[in-house]
Design a protein around this ligand. Structure first.
Ligand code: ATP
Length: 484
């Protein structure tokens, strides 16, 4: 009898060589373009060197990263709620947050080749032409300006937010009053942020439009603690560990992520620890391979105080004469109004996407051929299952494959696709390259025994399973509550 599952097996043989060399950003950018993860913005007009558009697979991956984060920091905890604030805000937000005055980078110009450079990122010569003829550094504010309303003058001046955090601080009272929360509690937000970076680059690592995932976690200040309550410093430690473990729980290799104590603290910070990823594995100097993935700061009570009508200076003059809010929390235990401290884990969506892609990238040799495989965690994989017919000109096989795809899609729990545009070997390779954890192959025998072959991305092992139970079997393999 014609045994198509035996034929399938012939395509997959043992992995001969498993490369552990890490991919660099360029390799990932090229894969991203080829397979539809991310494209240069406005490509057909020569591009805009600081913005990237996420393609069909990129948008799925990005959504999965955001969903995994939201699940971990909102749904799986009892002490964090969500928020989605506007990108445009009253200009006064940025006045009192300190951004108008201090959100800037030191800019220098190279007099020889006219490059604009960030003074703190270069040594004393131009990295483009090598000239030492540089202007003295001057501060360049990174906020994008726009005007609100039909008149383009200073009165309508507004900024595109350079961070999502301030949207949370100015809603502190609203959240508190509408949810009856007690300290400690946090507010989580995901959204776009904009920075007119002097030197954007390295694919989606540093762009002018990007997305952030931020939590402001409000805790009691040190002088209001009751017996047994955690201090702001202890909460800070907890969040550092929780956030580090989140990346590792999603498959990131522990030797590619590390904690880094920030020495140069921002004006609002008591202590900041960055989580750094090995974004530049190709650099010879180990120390230079690392860069920031997420910053976790203890911002003390700086922001809530800055946006509050209450605090006064030595002469009794209000520090913020514009705010109408008292941003304090009334603590029943100590019978006093107090300004909470805040712990801020602030992550970049795009940098997380890049780190997960770099970490998942593997090149292996299978029967003398190179296999590129993205070993993405199943929760992050853009496509969970691909259903592939072994013969695209056999109506029975094609229909059965399409029906299985629809059944999986109807579970509402996953992105499934149908593909018959190449031979099975090639179809497997295509799915490997974009990280699809499972392929289902429908063959001639399926029509007779009502079974299909499931093939695992990482081990390339195959097993026959009954079509009748496909939702439950796939759901179980993907860790989803489906069909049971
Ligand atoms: P950097 O030192 O790299 O400029 P930062 O310290 O200014 O970053 P934060 O203000 O702490 O960054 O922002 C929190 C997170 O937002 C960063 O850890 C990063 O993941 C992300 N992020 C910040 N700026 C950008 C950018 N220009 N492009 C992409 N992601 C960014």
């Amino acid at each position: 009898m014609y045994n198509s599952s035996a034929r399938l097996k012939a395509f997959e043989v043992q992995i001969v060589r498993n490369e552990t060399v890490m991919a660099d950003i360029e390799t990932i950018a090229s894969l991203a373009k080829r397979r539809g993860f991310a494209f240069q913005s406005s490509d057909i007009y020569g591009g805009l060197g600081s913005v990237w558009d996420y393609g069909p697979l990129g948008v799925e991956l990005k959504n999965n990263v955001k969903r995994a984060w939201w699940r971990a920091v909102v749904y799986e905890r009892d002490d964090v709620v969500g928020l989605d604030a506007g990108i445009l805000m009253n200009r006064l937000v940025w006045k009192y947050s300190g951004h108008e005055e201090t959100f800037s980078d030191p800019l220098v110009d190279c007099r020889k080749c006219k490059s604009r450079l960030r003074a703190d990122k270069i040594e004393d010569k131009c990295p483009v032409c090598g000239s030492v003829d540089l202007t003295p550094p001057r501060q360049f504010n990174l906020m994008f300006r726009t005007t609100v309303g039909p008149v383009e003058d200073e009165s309508g001046l507004a900024y595109l937010r350079p961070e999502t955090a301030q949207g949370i601080f100015v809603n502190f009272k609203n959240v508190l009053d509408s949810t009856n929360r007690k300290l400690p509690f946090g507010v989580a937000q995901i959204g776009k942020a904009f920075r007119n970076e002097i030197t954007p680059g390295n694919f989606i690592f540093r762009t002018r439009e990007f997305e952030q995932m931020e939590i402001e976690f409000f805790v009691k200040p040190p002088d209001a603690l009751s017996e047994g309550e955690l201090t702001d410093e202890e909460w800070h430690e907890r969040w550092i560990e929780d956030r580090l473990n989140w990346y590792i729980s999603l498959g990131m290799r522990a030797d590619n992520i590390r904690k880094h104590e920030q020495e140069l603290l921002a004006h609002y910070s008591k202590r900041t620890v960055d989580l750094e990823y090995r974004f530049f594995p190709d650099r010879e100097d180990e120390e230079k391979q690392w860069d920031e993935l997420e910053g976790i700061a203890n911002r003390t009570d700086f922001d809530l105080k800055a946006h509050s009508k209450k605090p006064v200076d030595a002469e009794g003059k209000r520090l913020n004469p514009d705010s109408i809010a008292d941003q304090t929390f009334f603590d029943h235990a100590t019978n006093q109004h107090l300004f909470p401290y805040v712990i801020e884990p602030s992550a970049g969506v795009d940098r997380s996407v890049l780190a997960f892609l770099m970490d998942a990238y593997h090149e292996e040799e299978v029967r003398g051929e190179k296999r590129i495989v993205l070993k993405l965690h199943r929760d992050l994989a853009p496509i969970k299952v691909a259903v592939l017919p072994l013969a695209r000109n056999k109506e029975g096989i094609v229909n059965l494959a399409k029906e299985i795809k629809s059944r999986l899609q109807r579970t509402g729990a996953m992105r499934a696709v149908y593909d018959d545009t190449a031979g099975i070997g090639k179809l497997y390779r295509r799915q490997d390259e974009v990280g699809t954890p499972l392929c289902i192959t429908v063959d001639h025998q399926s029509l007779e025994d009502n079974e299909v072959t499931i093939r695992d991305r990482d081990t390339m092992e195959q097993e026959r399973v009954p079509i009748a139970e496909i939702e439950t079997i796939i759901g179980k393999k993907l860790g989803l509550a489906v069909g049971s």
